[in-house]
Design a protein around this ligand. Structure first.
Ligand code: UD1
Ligand code: CA
Length: 442
């Protein structure tokens, strides 16, 4: 059972069928990402925190893509999908979902899929307000109530919602708005849904009319006002997406700071949703850390560093300026401090990756892995052409090119283009091109 006070688990309906025309993008609106996670992911997380009996996602535009993403991201959650083939409005979307509500008896929370900033506390408070058999909705009073439905009151008591496009000039001056988050008593919702009409400026079936119908029946609708009105941001345009990204980013950075991660300049630090960072790690300015990256304790990242998907830094690793990593594991205390690309690399502990080292992971068709052992010393400007392997304690000279399928044995020094073992060459008196033998310090 969730956090509603009814004693029965709630069901949650998430409306996600809209095309998002105003985004001017081919991607279904709810799959647009904020800090590395689709909008819908944030809303689903909030929904699942209520420990609902079930979550019903109403899909329409890009239904297949939306469903595929959700099934992948939440393989075990009690989520069902309902197709709203034609988007005739938010009320119509809930009408379509009603078949899935038939076997449930707890309250029904309705959320819009384009509201990623909604907080857990807000939803919990809303459910508490709704109580056992009541209805509650969320309001806000923003400076500019752009696009929102307005709250109409009579003698101070909630009466109805009027959509912006249907509002009179006088009603447009009302700043109290409908955020679009509701908790309904299931029986009331199911009874009144068929009574909604499309008799309005947009010719759509509005869910918002249902609240007015409840009042006409003599029911009370409780209003829950947001403390932080930024939670009300619904993403309709790419500008809203950017605005919401900044707000989510702030929350993510605050969480890491609270967990003992030293972030020197939050204003120039980009950390996606779902990044793990250990205590005492320092993140220096102008750094981008993408979703799913794992960073141990006591590491140093940045300035000007890009850690991409699949990067794992073990405790004490240091990745410095103009270094990019992708799908790479960097061992304990290993350093790559300058101007390098670490792609598909598995690097042991205590290794030094010299300035300008490139893990050449891509042969034009496929990606390959490079393995570097512990305590190795990769000289400046080394190119490691994957797949290849550098043994524990081995060394490459500055500018060495280690060609595909090469395996440098432990503790050997290899230099040159293509790289060859220094030991063997000295023994066999062959003259070398010279100059490339010493590892440059980095
Ligand atoms: C809605 C509210 C408005 C509120 C605002 C808050 C209605 C009629 N209006 O307006 O009062 O202030 O949200 O952001 O509800 N959707 C469907 N199927 C449809 C239509 C919409 O699934 O047929 C989905 C959309 O994908 C979106 C959500 O419902 O996620 C809200 O729809 P949208 O068109 O953005 O409503 P608003 O005009 O913002
Ligand atoms: Ca909207």
């Amino acid at each position: 059972m969730g956090s509603t006070t009814s004693g029965r688990a709630a069901s949650v309906v998430i409306l996600a069928a809209g095309q998002g025309t105003r985004m001017r993008s081919k991607l279904p609106k709810v799959l647009h990402e904020l800090c590395g996670r689709p909008l819908l992911g944030y809303v689903l997380d909030r929904a699942l925190e209520l420990r609902p009996e079930r979550v019903i996602v109403v899909t329409g535009h890009g239904a297949q893509d939306v469903e595929t993403w959700v099934r992948d991201a939440y393989p075990d959650a009690p989520i069902r999908f309902v197709l709203q083939a034609e988007q005739n409005g938010t009320g119509h979307a809930v009408q379509v979902a009603a078949s899935e509500l038939a076997e449930t008896d707890g309250p029904v929370v309705v959320l819009y899929g384009d509201m990623p900033l909604l907080r857990r506390e807000t939803l919990e408070a809303l459910c508490t307000e709704a109580g056992v058999d009541g209805t509650a909705m969320t309001t806000a009073t923003p400076e500019r109530p752009r696009g929102f439905g307005r709250i109409l009151r009579a003698s101070g008591v909630f009466r109805a919602i009027v959509e912006e496009r249907d509002a009179s000039p006088e009603e447009l001056r009302i700043r109290e708005v409908n955020v679009g988050v509701y908790a309904f008593a299931r029986a009331d919702l199911v009874r009144l849904l068929p009574r909604l009409t499309s008799d309005n400026a947009q010719g759509e079936v509005y869910l918002t009319d249902l609240l007015g119908l409840l009042v006409e029946e003599g029911k009370v609708v409780a209003l829950h006002e947001l403390e932080d009105e930024r939670e009300a941001i619904g993403i309709n345009t790419l500008a809203h997406l950017a605005e919401a990204r900044a707000a989510i980013q702030e929350r993510i950075l605050e969480e890491h700071l609270a967990a003992g991660v030293f972030i020197e300049d939050p204003a120039t630090t980009y950390i996606d949703y779902g990044v793990e960072i250990g205590e005492g790690t320092r993140v220096l300015p102008c750094t981008v850390i993408r979703a799913g990256v794992k960073i141990g304790a006591g590491c140093e990242v940045g300035p000007f560093t890009h850690l991409r998907v699949g990067t794992v830094l073990e405790d004490g690793a240091e990745i410095g300026n103009f270094t990019e990593t992708k799908k790479s594991r960097v061992g304990k205390g290993t350093k790559a401090k300058h101007l390098s690309y670490l792609g598909d690399a598995q690097i042991g502990a205590g290794t030094n990756i010299g300035a300008g080292t490139i893990f050449a992971n891509y042969d034009g068709k496929d990606k390959h892995t490079t393995v570097v052992g512990e305590r190795a010393f990769i000289g400046s400007g080394t190119v490691l052409i994957a797949p290849c392997r550098v043994g524990d304690g081995a060394l490459t000279g500055g500018g060495a090119v280690v060609t595909r399928h090469t395996e440098i044995p432990p503790n050997e020094a290899w230099v040159g283009v293509p790289a060859r073992s220094l030991t063997k060459r000295t023994a066999s008196t062959t003259t070398t091109e010279g100059g490339a033998s010493g590892p440059a310090k980095s």
